[in-house]
Design a protein around this ligand. Structure first.
Ligand code: UTP
Length: 310
């Protein structure tokens, strides 16, 4: 599939990271030393994509600056022979094309995607939700593009989640299973109650959709959470007779859009980074001893309490 353009909705308020996101776009919060959106663009480039449409809003201007040259800084680094500090980002700036579109009101993910309708003609949309970083041998989006080309259909990425978690995701109902990882979708339901979820296959932040999604999103009513939902737009695609497949993406997904997930991602990435792995491992072992000690003290205190209450 050659005709694919990426779209990255990044216009949300990021309330789960307040107060930081009052001024820092969530997408620029670093995983070690690179902003999370940097990893997303790398995945896109490694999946063969060159054109990136980023949906932004007020307070997101720094994203544009991040993916642009900075001559004064580059000159200073050159003088001090430290150009390598920007080599990663310079490569991206030279390889990729960026287009920024403002979403004037934050009416939901579906509305953010619809905002980009004029930037697409016949291209398929490779949608990346920037909260989700996916690592693995084959880039996540490349896996979806492969399925979309082979099956000539829309593809959404899914992942198994525990039954208790289904009400936090969009969930699919399966029409047919073709292989352990490939399903034809019958229906999509946004954040179903636990007892009404048709499966535990949750939609995660990667999609390859036909440009007909823009018509499907047009005139959608506000859905779950009072927002215009992308899931409802894909459900409309199904109702209009389009095929939608779900693919269990191979790789590890990190949810960097919430503080706990972001912290865990930083620890995991540091453990895998040769610059920090030794030191961070040492630190975690020291912490482990402290935790065991603390747990021992808590247990001893608890035992003492139990004795006193007898
Ligand atoms: P989220 O539901 O994670 O919202 O949106 P959020 O604003 O980023 O974060 P919280 O929930 O307030 O903490 C999923 C994706 O859709 C984008 C977000 O930027 C995020 O990438 N989005 C959401 C928009 O671009 N516009 C919207 O109106 C809503």
């Amino acid at each position: 599939m050659n005709n694919v353009k990426a779209i990255i909705p990044a216009a949300g308020f990021g309330t789960r990271f307040l107060p930081s996101t009052k001024t820092i776009p969530k997408e620029l919060l670093p995983i070690i030393d690179k902003p999370s959106i940097h990893y997303i663009i790398e995945e896109g480039i490694n999946s063969g994509i060159k054109d990136f449409v980023i949906i932004t809003s007020k307070n997101k201007k720094n994203i544009e600056d991040y993916f642009d040259f900075y001559p004064e800084l580059e000159d200073m680094l050159k003088t001090h022979k430290k150009e390598h500090l920007l080599s990663n980002i310079s490569k991206i700036i030279k390889t990729a094309n960026f287009l920024y579109i403002r979403q004037k009101e934050q009416l939901g993910l579906g509305h953010a995607i619809w905002t980009a309708r004029k930037a697409f003609s016949k291209e398929h949309l490779a949608i990346f939700l920037p909260d989700d970083i996916i690592t693995g041998t084959i880039p996540g989006m490349a896996q979806l593009i492969k399925v979309a080309s082979q099956e000539k259909c829309n593809v959404i990425a899914v992942q198994e989640v525990s039954k208790e978690e289904v009400n936090r995701y969009g969930v699919i109902a399966i029409r047919r299973q073709f292989s352990p990882n490939l399903f034809q979708v019958k229906e999509l339901i946004e954040k179903p109650p636990i007892n009404k979820a048709p499966s535990n296959l949750a939609i995660i932040g990667r999609y390859v959709l036909s440009p007909n999604i823009f018509d499907s999103l047009e005139n959608l009513k506000f859905g779950s959470g009072g927002e215009i939902q992308l899931t409802d737009g894909i459900q409309n695609l199904l109702l209009n007779g389009e095929k939608v497949f779900a693919y269990k993406i191979q790789g590890k997904r990190y949810d960097t859009g919430v503080p706990l997930g972001w912290l865990k991602t930083n620890i995991d990435f540091a453990l895998k980074d040769p610059r920090y792995s030794k030191e961070i491992m040492k630190y975690l072992c020291e912490l482990d001893k402290d935790i065991l000690l603390m747990q021992g003290q808590t247990e001893a205190l608890q035992k003492r309490k139990n004795i006193q209450t007898i």
